[in-house]
Design a protein around this ligand. Structure first.
Ligand SMILES: [Mn+2]
Length: 309
């Protein structure tokens, strides 16, 4: 039976392309593996798969009685359903260690870099010494451009940049910044998309001191793409999600990748946590956070500290 490889729920480009690239690497190693996705593709990921000629991975959200590997996460809240009723064989990641545990030793390969694509490059080249096919390199390059927001994110490391340049050569992408802008434009498309789908395009639930906190993020080439009416509709949907999911807070980061900052929309039981975390006061349900672009590095840690006391 083929091993399933899955990224996190509300998949982004990194989660989808890392599943494909790790499946390709497994095949190089003589292991039968199938890349999966745990949700709908965002428009950026769809563009990336089309450009490099890959089919859309199968939709799988349950790993009961399956052998599987995880990429781009190790948190239960983002993992497939019944993660404990299947057998986890490997984790390849670039986040903090999550709360998934195993009863047997596994492959666990993680680095504090900006993208799973960068970690996979090191696995291919340094660990397993396998060549990367040009179209797989294209996927990994795209993931790095996406996760590091064209190398502007606080999560970006010199390794990400060096690996992206190496991958661009393998993939035959002459102008990676131009390709990155094309991807960013696709990612920014919001017109005609239901508020719920916009929030879930890149959404994660976190456990902060025992409270469920949801944080979505939209990366936009301009905040003007979100009209006043859309903002109201997004807040209404967030209020619904807060009640339905028994969440303490639901946040939505509207990140302007050109201005390099985030307008944070907040629906919360305790507005003081926002002030405590960012030293900025909410104006109604919103606050501008200059320089904040990364959920992982600039949103989650200060919020966790604020929730902890
Ligand atoms: Mn990632």
């Amino acid at each position: 039976m083929a091993i399933l490889i899955l990224g996190h729920k509300s998949p982004d480009t990194d989660s989808v392309t890392a599943a494909i690239a790790l499946a390709e690497l497994q095949r190089e190693l003589g292991v039968d593996a199938v890349p999966c996705r745990q949700g709908e593709l965002n428009p950026e990921t769809a563009l990336v798969l089309e450009k490099f000629g890959f089919p859309v991975p199968q939709l799988t959200t349950d790993v009961t009685d399956k052998q599987y590997m995880l990429v781009d996460h190790s948190d239960i809240k983002q993992a497939p359903d019944n993660w404990d009723k299947g057998e986890l064989l490997a984790v390849v990641d670039h986040h903090k260690i999550g709360d998934i545990t195993t009863s047997k030793p596994i492959v666990f390969f993680a680095l504090p870099v900006g993208c799973t694509g960068t970690v996979l490059y090191k696995m291919y080249i340094d660990l397993y010494k396998k060549p990367i096919a040009p179209k797989v390199a294209g996927l990994m390059l795209s993931a790095i451009l996406s996760d590091t927001v064209l190398f502007k994110s606080a999560t970006c490391t010199p390794d990400d940049k060096a690996v992206a340049e190496a991958l661009a050569k393998i993939a035959g992408v002459d102008d990676m910044m131009a390709w990155g802008m094309e991807m960013a434009k696709a990612k920014s498309s919001v017109e005609g998309v239901a508020p719920k789908d916009l929030i879930h395009r890149d959404y994660k639930d976190f456990n902060m001191s025992g409270k469920t906190v949801g944080i979505g993020q939209l990366e936009l080439i301009s905040l003007d793409l979100i009209t006043k009416d859309m903002k109201c509709a997004l807040l209404d949907e967030m209020k619904k999600m807060k009640v339905d999911g028994n969440r303490h807070s639901v946040f939505l980061m509207l990140t302007d990748i050109m201005k390099e900052g985030t307008e944070l929309l907040a629906v919360t039981d305790d507005p003081a946590v926002v002030e405590k975390a960012f030293s900025e006061k909410l104006d109604g349900n919103t606050v501008w956070l200059p320089g904040v672009m990364s959920r992982k590095k600039q949103m989650v840690p200060p919020l966790e500290r604020a929730f902890a006391g």
